[in-house]
Ligand binder design. Sequence first.
Ligand code: NAD
Length: 342
Amino acid sequence: MSKKVLVCGAGGFIGGHLVEYLRRQGFDDIRAVDRKDRDDWYQVHDYSEHLVLDLQHRDACFAAMKDVDIVYNLAADMGGMGFIENNKALCMLSVLINTHLLEAAKEAGAGRFFYASSACVYNGEKQTDPANPGLKEADAYPAMPEDGYGWEKLFSERMCRHFREDFGIETRVARYHNVYGPHGTFEGGREKAPAAICRKVIDAKLGGHGSIEIWGDGEQTRSFMYVDDCTKGTTDILNSDILEPINLGSEEMVSINQLVDIVEEIAGITLQREYKLDAPKGVRGRNSDNAMIRELMGWEPSISLREGMEQTYRWIYDQICDRYPARGAARVAAGSGDALVS
Ligand code: NAD
């Protein structure tokens, strides 16, 4: 536990939780890096070193990597489907982060390097049926990933592979399937379905209006992994001998309508659903197939969607009440969507 750990994207949702999890695991030399001003980090932990650096720049990556043994690269320009469908170039520019970090890790002789990939690498043709039986790791090829964001993830996965094969860097790659939980974004345009739906239901509840806007017809399906399962799975994968990209997600697939049912039940409210059929909605059906991670690591998610959504709802509710004290919940950042992403 005396190793120096670098967490890139530590001001973001998963990165903030990962720093906390690593600390609980006994790591006390953690360097947390993000390009956002410190005031904008979702979580700031007193015990870690904080650097504000734009990791698209090579020099910044070399500075971040100084004396580092273990690297978690979670830094990326990303958001829900509304963001990634409208910002493909920005998403692809994240390739600079992983490329420069790998080069810096090679120079620094870092022992292990984790890369956060995504279910968006999977071939779109295998995701046209809402009753998706689950995407296996092999389903990423032949390549037809999500345009922009998914291509960048697939390319960076390959980059990790070739740095391992050619330069001996111990890279590990997880394909996250929709991660959710407290301390993430829930308004402003980058939020994903679980947080956006919580916000909209809270907005309706506090604002006293009885409707919710849903992107698409609500029959598109996804699975969602609670962030605590994600952080544990991430460190387990880093420490494993699994060389190829592996799914890290839940197999508890629901439609967006079912996700709204869950949040309505938590809130104790039933809303009129208004379907925005021309909104970005992503693929029709996506689920994780966990056969490989179950077999190789014995990993299973431990938190049900209902439990995790309850925690998420409570946290967002408190945030909204704090941010909009004069009852402003009805005015909560209108205009952002219930976008899906993996
Ligand atoms: P997030 O947006 O909350 O966190 C990403 C962080 O990276 C942000 O704080 C951002 O400021 C930082 N960042 C972006 N560009 C940077 C740069 N040039 N230099 C330094 N920092 C930079 O996202 P998240 O949900 O925590 O996702 C973490 C990782 O997991 C990302 O790589 C994402 O693509 C991947 N992922 C997330 C999900 C999900 O459902 N949340 C699903 C699949 C994959």
